[in-house]
Write a protein that binds this ligand. Structure first.
Ligand SMILES: [Zn+2]
Length: 391
């Protein structure tokens, strides 16, 4: 079965140097042929081959599917009241995570699975073809294992976040909780997890605890990612770089040494501006990172407490307006950048052989994603070459 996407006005390939050059590798008046779920051919529309099926996009822009490399979708309940309180002046401390832990533990599997399915579909409608999903609202051996088992039904990019916060029953003995995470909980998580992550922050896990957990996870074969430097300066970024993390996420409060360490490393800085938006906090400075040569990704941090959005276009618009990124940098960060943060060089790019994961915009250019914020510009999404249901 072949499918031809024809009359593309602007095709973002993310193949650096191809087409118009630059990191987005833009080609004009292009066509793209899909075979067996993969990109088979890209070229000028006037040379487009015949195909079993054809979609004429009439000059619209086409870009790689978004790769959302940071999301917490396995939870129950919502925290709208906490959001309202914050907007009325209360400060965000991360303490509300425990509210979601209680609701998640009390929920049955079907409820949790239903929430993940709903949010996965919501993200897909907004152009996200790959999403990472973390555990972290179970915080017991059984609840972390089932969170990851459910997450693995929806993505291969699953992350064990048993070290999200110390649960209330371990409040006065955090060392014991770290022991549980490093031992029985990790063993129960391993069959379902590709990554391990720690919330390294004042009030969550300090550098010694984070190092212990990440090191033992790494030794068990998991890739490393870190929630780092979100609420204040701290050791998370340096620790992530030292351990060869694929990504350090948030990066809101960085000093010069943090930026330098990132620039010298393969570790991606994943920025999550939905969190600063939803907690009314100062945004990270993407410009500073990009100017230093750091690879930057954008992701949603979709979770019920600090960033309840599944919308990568919203994050792109915020990144351009508030983080100092150009529209091209933000689109790259939301596609190829996310793929780098997951160490997936097959994703976030449109070239022969790559999975046919792409969005067709109701717009002539990727610029519109930032230029027309809040407007539903994703008119069709293809995942592995298959058109997805649209609203
Ligand atoms: Zn997060």
């Amino acid at each position: 079965m072949q499918l031809l996407i024809d009359n593309i006005g602007e095709l973002v390939t993310n193949v650096a140097g191809s087409g118009e050059g630059g990191p987005l590798g833009i080609r004009r008046r292009a066509a793209l042929l899909i075979e067996e779920g993969r990109v088979a051919w890209i070229g000028p529309a006037r040379y487009a081959p015949a195909a079993d099926r054809r979609i004429d996009v009439d000059g619209a822009a086409v870009l790689p599917g978004f790769v959302d490399s940071h999301a917490h979708l396995v939870f129950a309940g919502d925290r709208a009241a906490e959001f309202a309180a914050r907007m009325a002046g209360q400060r965000y401390t991360g303490g509300g995570i425990r509210t979601t832990v209680a609701a998640t533990r009390a929920a049955d599997d079907e409820t949790l699975r239903g929430t993940v399915a709903r949010l996965r579909a919501e993200a897909m409608r907004q152009g996200t073809t790959t999403i990472e999903i973390k555990s972290g609202y179970g915080l017991s051996v059984a609840d972390e294992a089932r969170s990851l088992r459910i997450a693995a039904e929806f993505t291969t990019e699953t992350t064990f976040l048993g070290a999200h916060v110390v649960p209330p029953e371990y409040a006065d003995r955090p060392d014991d909780y770290v022991g549980l995470v490093c031992g029985p909980m990790l063993r129960a998580a391993l069959p379902y997890a590709r990554w391990i992550d720690v919330f390294c922050e004042r009030g969550a896990f300090d550098a010694d605890h984070a190092r212990a957990i990440l090191t033992v996870g790494q030794a068990a074969g998991l890739g490393v990612r870190v929630h780092a430097n979100q609420l204040g300066p701290g050791p998370g970024v340096q620790l992530g770089v030292e351990l060869g993390a694929a990504s350090v996420d948030h990066c809101t409060h960085l000093d010069d040494l943090d930026v330098e360490a990132l620039a010298m490393s393969e570790t991606v800085a994943t920025l999550l501006p939905g969190a600063e938006f939803s907690t009314r906090s100062p945004y990270p400075d993407a410009r500073r990172l990009l100017d230093a040569g750091v690879t930057v990704a954008l992701a949603t941090d979709c979770n019920p407490g600090s960033s309840y959005t599944s919308s990568m276009p919203f994050c792109i618009a915020l990144a351009v307006r508030e983080l100092g990124m150009t529209p091209a940098e933000a689109v790259w960060a939301a596609t190829a950048g996310g793929a780098r943060a997951l160490r997936r060089d097959d994703l976030g790019v449109l070239r022969p052989g790559a999975p046919a994961d792409l969005s067709i915009l109701a717009a002539p250019s990727h610029l519109h994603l930032a230029y027309r914020p809040g407007v539903p510009l994703i008119s069709q999404v293809l995942h592995n070459g298959v058109p997805q249901c649209q609203p």
